[in-house]
Design a protein around this ligand. Structure first.
Ligand SMILES: [Zn+2]
Length: 415
């Protein structure tokens, strides 16, 4: 079995790995680099077969629905099967009309089921459902030529699904020849430090909601389902109503999981901001709107109950909030990776908060395992060799793990 990391050996995001056996090939993840300004074809790695006319390329495997792992699917032929989780596939497909700029709809292909192997040409692929901030996320074991590659994907052990990762390390596959191990948190967190758990985050939201006298604006990703659950549970504990928009409603529905909050649940309300109303009208999404309108409220109602509401905020809400005078005593909670704020990904929002005297606080935890948890993971899997991926600090691996081997982007190597 031959492997090439096309992107990711020394960066977070844009992961892409090619696996080769008996002249057949698999691509594992096809992500958009994090520093890409837009989803452009020029970022596509130089790999034969993306036009769909090379039958040595059997499929593209997507570990989870984060743009830095699937974004470049926008530029490959739909003749190439895309293998991924069924819920992740549904989320990407349903989100697509709402999101501008080459948001890809995955081509058809097999759906992953945790721990059920898929045989494809010379490859046997066993997926393991794992805890991550992206929904329906998998690690993969790929076997060919009597060798075993384990691709960690993105994972953590402090989220709402920590049990999944714990289950894997309690009962790991044996004889792993190579572990491609993500290391997003190396350089961000020291040896014994741990991230707050998603349960700690829920507690912080609960305390915050209990002490906010105006409307609470929580800025997070509607696709971070663990986080939405934390926010909703905090709402329930403090008697608040969670206000979502149509995009939020369709993503929650797309999880296909009846235990995840839905638009028709008690203590949930649907508010459609003006710009989304235009989008609905232009696209004639009237049935979609109707399906989610059981708990719909309009601006007058939001004004009436705003102090008892937590809005799942996106910048597109700003004109509505201003027009309706909803900013008295409002609190803005940033619940995304702090790096986005530090590198000024939201300059207009920053100005708007300042001009309107709105206090900003941050409540967040990482989607990635701490270095200490990465060590636990590697110790459990006992690979013969560890190769860094999805990290800015590949040289740090040698301080944490035995048998580390760095392989550069574009280098083909034998397992
Ligand atoms: Zn991810």
């Amino acid at each position: 079995m031959q492997i090439c990391i096309h992107r990711g050996s020394k960066e977070i995001g844009g992961s892409c790995v090619e696996v080769i056996s008996s002249g057949k090939r698999l691509i594992v993840d096809l992500g958009l680099p994090l520093d890409a300004e837009r989803n452009d074809k020029s970022y596509l790695p130089d790999i034969s077969g993306f036009d769909g006319n090379d039958n040595s390329l059997l499929a593209i495997l997507i570990s989870h629905p984060h743009l830095d792992h699937f974004g470049l699917l926008a530029h490959v032929s739909s003749k190439i099967p895309v293998i991924m989780g069924v819920d992740a596939r549904r989320i990407l497909t349903q989100a697509s009309p709402f999101l501008p700029g080459n948001w890809p709809v995955p081509a058809n292909g097999m759906n992953l089921k945790s721990e059920i192997p898929i045989e494809l040409g010379p490859f046997k692929i066993t997926p393991f459902l794992i805890d991550h901030s992206g929904y329906d996320a998998y690690s993969f074991m790929i076997e060919a030529d009597g060798k075993r590659l384990f691709y960690s994907g993105d994972f953590r052990m402090h989220g709402r699904k920590a049990k999944l990762t714990e289950k894997l390390i309690a009962n790991p596959p044996d004889n792993i020849d190579v572990l491609l191990l993500e290391g997003s948190t190396l350089g961000r967190l020291e040896g014994n430090q741990h991230f707050p758990s998603e349960t700690d985050i829920e507690k912080k939201f609960t305390d915050t909601f209990a002490n906010t006298t105006g409307l609470t604006l929580v800025h997070t990703s509607s696709q971070n389902i663990d986080r939405i659950v934390s926010i909703f549970r905090a709402c329930k504990k403090t008697g608040k109503t969670l206000v979502i928009d149509l995009y939020g409603a369709i993503i929650l529905e797309a999880t296909g999981n009846k235990k995840i909050p839905q638009s028709d649940w008690p203590k949930i309300a649907l508010y459609i901001p003006q710009s989304q109303r235009v989008q609905i009208k232009n696209n004639k999404w009237f049935d979609l709107l109707k399906r989610h309108s059981k708990k719909r409220i309009f601006i007058e109602k939001l004004q009436e109950i705003s102090t008892q509401c937590v809005l799942l905020f996106r910048p597109l809400h700003i004109p509505d909030l201003e027009k309706a005078n909803l900013l008295n005593d409002a609190l803005y909670v940033f619940s995304l990776w702090e790096g986005y704020w530090e590198r000024d990904s939201f300059p207009n929002l920053r100005k708007w908060l300042k001009n309107n005297n709105i206090l900003k606080i941050s409540i967040h935890t990482s989607g990635h395992a701490s270095p200490a948890d990465l060590i636990r993971f590697a110790k459990a899997l006992k690979p013969s060799k560890i190769v860094p991926i999805h990290t800015f600090m590949p040289e740090k691996y040698k301080d944490l793990f035995d048998n580390v081997k760095l392989h550069a982007d574009g280098e083909y190597w034998e397992v």
